[in-house]
Design a protein around this ligand. Structure first.
Ligand SMILES: [Zn+2]
Ligand SMILES: [Zn+2]
Length: 374
């Protein structure tokens, strides 16, 4: 058993992990990243093709996608097109969201639009939907899928190979997130190895209530109170859905919220119960004169709006990670999707858990292009 990180090691973005279980070649996620200058970066597939394991993606047997955020699925068209022999597995909700995410990207990219659209369509046609708590048997291993919380459709994957249990968490949440309840409880599962997306694993100082999104929402309603309409630009559809839910949760006076067509389509298609009476389709000709909020993927250039660019992430905080890894108590925890410490005073999850007498886990912060034998 081997693990190689192709992207999304000790950074966020372009998550893609190669897992070798005996003869089976598996890819976990296929995301893109966007750096500080706004440039897209992708997983290093070349490193995999020049590794001891395979020399072409046509040797990949299965691709599993944990959830529909772009850092996990944004590069699927490319990866799945090259992986000519592989099926792609994800939940039905992730599939629906992925469709919007990938087509959205095609339409915002003017070059090679038609070719990219066709490639995306053929990749989407090859996706196999999986159901929570069901086990699928593959050539020499089996995989079972569990709710991960985080966003609708997100799944954790439990691989069983020979006598080993390996859990890939993807992004997960323990407490309820805007649109989901927390992840599955793995008490008693005796997991040997965990590959964990641990964004805040080096941030002992990070607690959830510091999350900027709540301050942003406060700021929005303050503008409304001052009599000004607010236009919120959200670049990812799934984030738009989460953001609408959060805005609604804090909307105490039935302020009108307008959303663009794409966003409304996703919400209707997924039957997410957030279409309250105060949510309307955005149309610049018919918006109300009263202060209101717009959520769109493109900037609204009307001067009456206070413009905000919305980005946020709702990930488990440090104490939640600590509880989670202590409960799973796997022998080895490979931490990926992990950011640098915020400050010199921050300690990491390994140092925090070392103090717990009954936790036997060994932590490995695995970086891009590193290979480990599991
Ligand atoms: Zn995510
Ligand atoms: Zn992520």
């Amino acid at each position: 058993m081997n693990l190689m990180v192709l992207g999304g090691g000790q950074n966020v973005g372009a998550s893609c992990y190669f897992l070798k279980l005996g003869k089976s070649n598996i890819l976990l996620d296929a995301g893109i990243g966007i750096d500080k200058e706004g440039l897209v970066f992708t997983p290093n597939l070349h490193a995999l093709k020049t590794s001891p394991f395979i020399n072409s993606l046509s040797q990949i047997d299965e691709i599993f996608i944990s959830h529909a955020h772009l850092d996990h699925v944004g590069y699927l068209t490319h990866v799945a097109t090259e992986s000519t022999q592989a099926n792609t597995y994800m939940t039905a909700v992730t599939k629906a969201l992925t469709k919007y995410q990938l087509y959205d990207r095609v339409y915002s990219n003017a070059n090679a639009r038609e070719l990219e659209r066709l490639a995306t369509k053929s990749v989407l046609d090859r996706i196999i939907s999986v159901t929570y708590a069901k086990t699928i048997k593959f050539r020499n291993y089996s995989a079972t899928f569990f709710p991960a919380g985080h966003i609708p459709g997100a799944m954790m994957i439990l691989f069983e190979y020979r006598n080993s249990k390996i859990l890939y968490t993807g992004d997960y949440s323990i407490a309820n997130s805007p649109l989901t309840s927390g992840c599955f409880d793995f008490s008693g599962f005796k997991i040997d190895t965990m590959i964990m997306c641990g964004l805040h694993s080096k941030h002992s100082s990070y607690a959830k209530n510091q999350n900027g999104i709540y301050k942003t929402i406060e700021k929005i309603y303050k503008q409304i109170f001052l009599g000004r309409s607010v236009s919120c630009q959200v670049n990812q559809l799934t984030k738009g859905v989460e953001f609408l839910k959060l805005l609604n949760d804090f909307n105490q006076q039935d302020i009108l919220i307008y959303v663009d067509k794409n966003l409304l389509n996703v919400i209707e298609k997924l039957e997410i119960p957030i279409l309250h009476e105060n949510v309307r389709l955005y149309n610049s000709a018919t918006v109300s004169d009263a202060p209101h909020i717009c959520i769109t993927s493109k900037k609204v250039t009307k001067s009456k709006y206070y413009n905000m660019n919305i980005d946020f992430s709702l990930h488990v905080d440090f104490s939640e990670i600590k509880n989670f890894v202590t409960k799973i108590n796997a022998r080895h925890v490979y931490i990926v999707h992990c950011e640098k410490p915020f400050s010199l005073n921050d300690h990491d999850i390994e140092q925090a858990v070392m103090r717990e007498s009954d936790c036997r886990s060994q932590f490995i912060f695995i970086d891009n292009q590193e290979i480990y034998r599991l």
